[in-house]
Design a protein around this ligand. Structure first.
Ligand code: UD1
Ligand code: CA
Length: 459
């Protein structure tokens, strides 16, 4: 099989985005655009993948990590100049080189694969992935001769009236014979409206040298959307969102209102789970089967087991077991681990806490930096007092303990197995197992107090 390589162009600032963030790092469904491109390419069997970075090189590189090699384009002199920066890493190779723009986040493995097949079957030196655009404004146009063969690509800014009327566009994805690519790149000039070295000029150079140059037109225009500004970014978001939601629905997830449900590209959801409106699932979250999520629930980088119900709540960087009930209006903050059959009710905040099987905090509590055993009952208003203004301390509540309403547990402190804490207590010392701890002022009743008040009033 022919060796295959890929070059991803990601050095531009993205002036039209009007942003401090480098263009290719703008997220689409929670993932940077360039990462989408790289993930789709990663599925193909590539010998080398090289990302050309420039603006924000370090940031882009650290996002992508080890999946790709990198070439630096210190000055952005155009897309041909960008590919040229990969020369040292590629020039001696034989095979097919795929070039993709880092700002086309919707491109799929299937389409790139179809382009590759076409390129290799036609023995072309260059094959352009084209699409038919109702509104081709801004894209390079595919100019064909009378016999329908590709002659060149003309950039929108350089195009004549007749050329602008062409609706077949350059998607910015190509396959090249690697040798032919680098031979012709050195011949590209920057004599055009933008004063840039255009990669599409390679097409005309090869065509005039009598080489076979072809175009493969994809029927999926929406996959080829190039994101140059925030309007296109919102279009990409909409298309990607629909694509992701559809995938989950076809896998057996019920989405009540797909237009109002936001799932990241990397999330996994088990079958028979129901997503209510306003559900936002971010990062690499994994949700089990037969769960009910939402309405208005945000889950980020978390794992949820099976048959759990999460309503009107926020869950970040945490693990939730099976048959757990959370909310409405609960907040599970990072590094929490909630075991099976736990119930976290209204207005409860949990932070960096392990919650044992079957335990409950049903109403109005703050539990932070704590280890809660199994079958513990935390009454309404239970608070772990974990912070003295400088340091955080651990609260341990052992299996079967019962914490009465409105109790403060001043950490570091341990409440032993099956111990009781009386309502309204402020616990500053460990409570032994099976003990009852009452830590509040004893009640005093003053008899006939109202009468005394009356006497004062009359005098
Ligand atoms: C480019 C194509 C155009 C095509 C369109 C598809 C050129 C000259 N034009 O136009 O034919 O229809 O894509 O979306 O190639 N980049 C670099 N270094 C540079 C310049 C650009 O790495 O010096 C990167 C950018 O970060 C971006 C990509 O190349 O990811 C495309 O550049 P952009 O300026 O967006 O080109 P378009 O004007 O969209
Ligand atoms: Ca672009």
């Amino acid at each position: 099989m022919t060796n295959r390589y890929a070059v991803i162009l990601a050095a531009g600032q993205g002036t039209r985005m009007k942003s401090a963030l480098y263009k290719v790092l703008h997220p689409v469904c929670g993932k940077p655009m360039v990462q989408h491109v790289i993930d789709q390419l990663s599925v193909l069997d590539l010998t080398k993948m090289i990302t050309v970075v420039g603006h924000g090189a370090e940031k882009v590189q650290s996002h992508i990590g080890e999946k790709s090699l990198f070439a630096l384009q210190a000055e952005q002199l155009g897309t041909a100049h960008a590919v040229m920066q990969a020369k040292d890493l590629l020039v001696d190779e034989e095979g097919t080189t795929i070039v993709v723009c880092g700002d086309t986040p919707l491109i799929t493995t299937e389409t790139i694969d179809a382009l590759l097949q076409y390129h290799e079957n036609t023995n072309s030196k260059a094959t352009i992935l084209t699409a038919y655009a109702e509104d081709p404004t801004g894209y390079g146009r595919i100019i064909r001769n009378e016999s329908g063969l590709v002659e060149k690509i003309v950039e929108h800014k350089d195009a004549s009236e007749t050329e602008r009327a062409v609706k077949e566009i350059n998607t910015g994805t190509y396959c090249f014979d690697n040798k032919a690519l680098f031979d012709s790149l050195s011949k590209v000039s920057n004599e055009n409206v933008q004063g840039e070295y255009y990669l599409p000029d390679v097409i005309e150079i090869l065509q005039q040298a009598g080489e076979v140059v072809t175009a493969y037109q994809t029927p999926h225009f929406e996959e080829t959307l190039g994101v140059n500004d925030r309007y296109a970014l919102s279009q990409a978001e909409e298309i990607m969102k629909k694509r992701i939601n559809k995938k989950h629905m076809l896998n057996g997830v019920t989405i009540i209102d797909p237009s109002n449900t936001y799932i990241s590209a990397d999330a996994q959801i088990g079958r028979d789970t129901i997503l209510h409106p306003g559900t936002i699932i971010q990062g690499a979250s994994v949700i089990g089967e037969s769960c009910e999520i939402g309405p208005n629930t945000e889950i980020k980088d978390s794992c949820i087991g099976n048959e759990s119900i999460l309503r009107h709540s926020v869950i970040h960087n945490s693990e939730i077991g099976n048959e757990v009930t959370i909310g409405p209006f609960a907040h599970i903050r990072p590094q929490s681990s909630i075991a099976d059959e736990v119930r976290i009710g209204n207005f409860v905040e949990i932070k960096k806490t392990v919650f044992g099987k079957g335990s409950k905090a049903s109403h109005l509590s703050y539990i932070g930096d704590a280890e809660v055993g199994e079958n513990v009952n935390l009454g309404c208003g239970s608070i772990t007092v974990n912070y003295d203004g400088k340091n955080k301390f651990l609260t341990k509540i052992e299996d079967g303990a019962f914490i009465g309403c409105n109790s403060n547990l001043i950490a570091p402190v341990t409440v032993g197995q099956e111990a009781y804490v009386a309502a309204g207590s402020t616990i500053t010392q460990d409570v032994p197992g099976k003990a009852l701890s009452i830590a509040r002022a004893r009640q005093v009743n003053k008899e006939d107090y109202a009468e005394k008040m009356d006497v004062h009033k009359k005098s």
